[in-house]
Design a protein around this ligand. Sequence first.
Ligand SMILES: Cc1cc2nc3c(=O)[nH]c(=O)nc-3n(C[C@H](O)[C@H](O)[C@H](O)COP(=O)(O)OP(=O)(O)OC[C@H]3O[C@@H](n4cnc5c(N)ncnc54)[C@H](O)[C@@H]3O)c2cc1C
Length: 270
Amino acid sequence: FERNIASPGDLKDLQDADLLIGADGANSVVRRALEAEFAPEFEWLTNRFAWYGTAQLFDCLSLTFRTNEHGSFVAHHYRHSQTMSTFVVECDEATWRRAGLDCMSDEESRVYSQLVFAPDLDGKPLVSNKSIWRQFVLLASRRWFVGNTVLIGDALRTVHFSIGSGTRLAFEDAIALDRAFGEAGDDVPRALAAFERERRPVVEKIIAAANLSSYWYERLPEKMTLEPWQLAYDYMTRSGRMTDERLRELSPKFMARVDAERERVRSVGT
Ligand SMILES: Cc1cc2nc3c(=O)[nH]c(=O)nc-3n(C[C@H](O)[C@H](O)[C@H](O)COP(=O)(O)OP(=O)(O)OC[C@H]3O[C@@H](n4cnc5c(N)ncnc54)[C@H](O)[C@@H]3O)c2cc1C
């Protein structure tokens, strides 16, 4: 306890522990200490994103799409406190390079992003907090536990931020692990096996949807050529979990518009 675990080698001191839980995020030291055994798979998305804050308040999670002479941008924004919103700026790699963002300082990038989304920020600045451009990594550990060492949360797998469930899943992992020990008592192998048995099917379903969602963003420039109603429909159905029937129940006005547009396209085509 109360020691900094800076590298996988430091974990050797913990060999006598009854249980070791790696809840240390996507760059997990615990996972890296047993890299060959956990056998994680990594896929780096090509889009770039930078995570900002702003005093501009957005009522709920929403997206804003913008284009300029360099290409296509999307901002994911949502309120995270009474006075501040999160504002994640994302673009495809070609746009990022054409805009010169690969060569800009963090401050220049912030100012550039602020200009792209000026109509949406209502004069409020973007606020940087070590807001560097990053590529999201889709990470999935093939094994969930090795001996008495188990991974949870982002250490185990990442969930693309476009479905906004990474934190919830991490908490649910911890709850499921606690429940497994509640039932198995001190029997660590039994508890860890039960944890994986219960959680893996649920998690894999959500990850499949999240990965499909992330691939949608990877085709952002192509999506920006769609009509607004097509873009909205394409977006809503991107992960394969939303059917027309369900959309009709949730957004009847929107689907009436989609049906009318489809009919119009059909009649023009015949
Ligand atoms: C741009 C972006 C937007 C997102 N938006 C959302 C969203 O809206 N909703 C949502 O649910 N999820 C979102 N996520 C995902 C979410 O952030 C993660 O899924 C979640 O934080 C995972 O929680 P975790 O506890 O597993 O890992 P982390 O939050 O990464 O926590 C790991 C902790 O371990 C600590 N740690 C790491 N290494 C060590 C060490 N060696 N020694 C001691 N401590 C260590 C770290 O300091 C950290 O506190 C987003 C992610 C990104 C990139």
